[in-house]
Design a protein. Structure first.
Length: 155
């Protein structure tokens, strides 16, 4: 299968990443606010899911007891309880991923806060720690950082 995507020189990509990071440094308050919102959203979405699962489990456990006491079939309720417990376990694992994302966001915030000037040369270590992906469009290149920040640079 033939690829029709345009190729981009590595030096051009390095300059795009450098421009994106310098844009981020040029608007410290704006990006700091966006990063704080990303942290809040990560925490809010994680705790909401766990709370909802806990509420459903409490209701189902009561229903299971009622059915057992009345000698009714409770297989469907028991299956749903098991499914929700698995879902809760997955949510706990997702919490680890969320904590890692929050750590990356905090690292980026510290970098932005402590960087006194614009970067003048490509820093491979910084890029490896913070870059998630680069997407090349017809009219722009999007630099996506692991912290969830996207920065568009003209192509």
């Amino acid at each position: 299968m033939e690829c029709h995507a345009r190729t981009v020189n590595e030096t051009v990509l390095e300059n795009v990443v450098l421009s994106a990071i310098n844009e981020l440094l040029g608007d410290k308050p704006g990006y700091q606010e966006q990063l704080q919102q990303n942290i809040a959203e990560a925490i809010r979405s994680s705790s909401t899911v766990t709370d909802e699962i806990d509420e459903k489990l409490a209701v189902l456990q009561q229903e299971l007891l009622q059915k057992a006491n009345n000698k009714e079939s409770y297989d469907a309720v028991a299956d749903e309880i098991l499914r929700l417990r698995d879902l809760k376990q997955q949510s706990v694992m997702n919490t680890s991923a969320r904590d890692e994302q929050i750590r990356r966001i905090n690292e980026l915030q510290d970098f932005i806060r402590n960087q006194p000037t614009y970067l003048t040369e490509f820093d491979e270590t910084l890029v490896k720690r913070s870059l998630k992906q680069i997407t090349v469009w017809n009219d722009r290149i999007t630099v996506e950082l692991k912290s969830g920040v996207n920065i568009d640079v003209g192509a």
